[in-house]
Design a binder for this molecule. Sequence first.
Ligand code: ITT
Length: 177
Amino acid sequence: MKFLTGNEHKFREVRGLAEQFGFHLEWANLSLPEIRGSLREVALAKARDAFERVGPVICEDSGFFVEDLNGFPGEYSKWVFQKLGCEGIVRLAKGSRACFRTVAVYYDGRPLVASGEIWGEVVEPRGSGGFGYDPIFLPDGHSRTFAEDPLYKLENSHRFRAFRTLFKLLKKQESPV
Ligand code: ITT
């Protein structure tokens, strides 16, 4: 099964989980142009586009939503990360509640969609693991940021939750009762 993403971190985070469900993931390393829209709209559009190129495929869209900034950067997470980085978000919203969200899609002509999120707090950057906003995200109930504890992220993240649901749906589709 192909996972289309230009982001190797995403692929690494999902590969092991897929194996647990008996799916072997192959990385289709392509960054497709993204439409503007909600995570769901972007992920679905990407999946349809990807299907035209590589056949049945998995892809996802994710974002970082900061409560004190009315959900910003959200859909603009990628662009904002490139412009402001973690430091910019900390300057604007240190101490705020925040969450990561992922919408994961499997598409083979028809879509299967699943979403996941995790809440926490915006903190000063800590740790060197992970990517993107991981150093400034302290998940609720945990004392280390995602970047300080990538193993924790692997089994608790927005991405883990979205893909666990997606793989369960796929399994059900494979063997309907
Ligand atoms: P695709 O090719 O799969 O689209 P991408 O890196 O462009 O990969 P997104 O558009 O989904 O990914 O993500 C937007 C940005 O949000 C991304 O560039 C990161 O800065 C941030 N982000 C997404 N998921 C994250 C995570 O798990 N941890 C930290 N930051 C994340």
